[in-house]
Write a protein that binds this ligand. Structure first.
Ligand code: PMP
Length: 303
């Protein structure tokens, strides 16, 4: 990854190389952290962070789900992001806020460990590759089930990501671009780091949150964009068999943006190339983040 100049740690900007933590960091041992992934886009009016407040609100919801007494408000975190992006003189970039338990205890209960918050911003291109954005990616259904909602609150916490990592490693090892996870009951949940959309007979379908997927901010944005554009978008459970009969499939996510899926388990989806509704979703999303759609200007926080 590309580095930048400074990192925001607990209220101050420190040089990139000095943003360090102790090896006894509780979150390193037990995954006791919550985090976000945010993108800023350079457009004609400057650099705009996409849905910054919503991301910071989700960070605080995640922290509350794990009883983390984070001392910053959404407003504080919004200012911290602006300071970080400005200090690093970044234009389009990826922003990673993280709150985690550091030193203080090696017991499971993190009470007594110091809670730290950091914001890192750096340049980052297309997560699943430019080629993937253009022509679609190849996906493998993971042999690992999505971690169950009976086992963790569906917040964006670091620990549960080991589930996504196992699935992604398996997919990449087997020659695919990304993994798709099913619930323990066999419904389609989401990608290792993306939400899934399916198009069938002009209708757009995405799994409900009860199928264990993250309440993705890109998911919600794309649902709004397509609905406002006249499409019918519904939240409905998807079975693996539905994937193979789909006209189109695509992933959404901050890192992945809107990425077409052209194959699942070596079977082509539709004609094996991105379909018209996927293209329309990409276009609407790119125009929204690019500040070209007046109606969605409120989603943009200019630095
Ligand atoms: N699902 C998972 C498991 C993810 O890690 C992400 C990325 N945050 C998403 C979905 C997409 O969420 P968002 O659109 O908010 O980035």
């Amino acid at each position: 990854m590309e580095s930048a100049k400074s990192i925001w740690m607990d209220g101050e900007l420190v040089p990139w190389a000095e943003a360090k933590v102790h090896v006894l960091t509780h979150a390193l041992h037990y995954g006791t952290g919550v985090f976000e992934g945010i993108r800023a886009y350079k457009n004609d009016d400057g650099t705009a962070v996409f849905r910054l407040r919503e991301h910071m609100e989700r960070l605080l919801v995640s922290a509350a789900a794990y009883s983390m007494p984070i001392e910053y408000s959404v407003d504080d975190l919004v200012v911290a992001v602006r300071d970080t992006v400005t200090d690093n003189e970044l234009e389009s970039c990826y922003i990673r806020p993280i709150t985690f338990y550091e030193l203080g205890t090696i017991g499971l209960n993190p009470a007594g460990a110091r809670l730290r918050t950091s914001i890192i911003a750096f340049p980052w291109g297309a997560y699943l590759g430019e080629e993937g954005l253009r022509n679609g990616i190849r996906v493998k259904i993971a042999s690992w089930a999505r971690i169950s909602l009976q086992s963790f609150p569906p917040a964006k916490a670091t620990g549960p990501y080991i589930n996504s990592i196992l699935a992604n490693q398996e997919a990449v090892r087997d020659g695919y671009d990304e993994a798709l996870l099913l619930t323990g009951d066999g419904n389609v949940s989401e990608g290792a780091g993306e939400n899934l959309f399916l198009v069938k007979d002009g209708q757009v379908i995405t799994p409900p949150l009860s199928d264990g997927c993250l309440a993705g901010i890109t998911r919600q944005s794309v649902m709004t964009l397509l609905t406002d554009d006249g499409y019918t978008v519904v939240e409905k459970s998807i079975l693996p068999a539905d994937l193979f009969e789909a006209d189109e499939l695509f992933f959404t996510g901050t890192a992945a943006e809107v990425t077409p899926v052209r194959e699942v388990d070596d079977r082509e989806i539709g004609p094996g190339k991105p379909g018209p509704i996927t293209r329309r979703a990409q276009e609407l999303f790119n125009d929204a983040v690019g500040g070209k759609l007046e109606q969605y200007r409120e989603w943009l926080d200019y630095i």
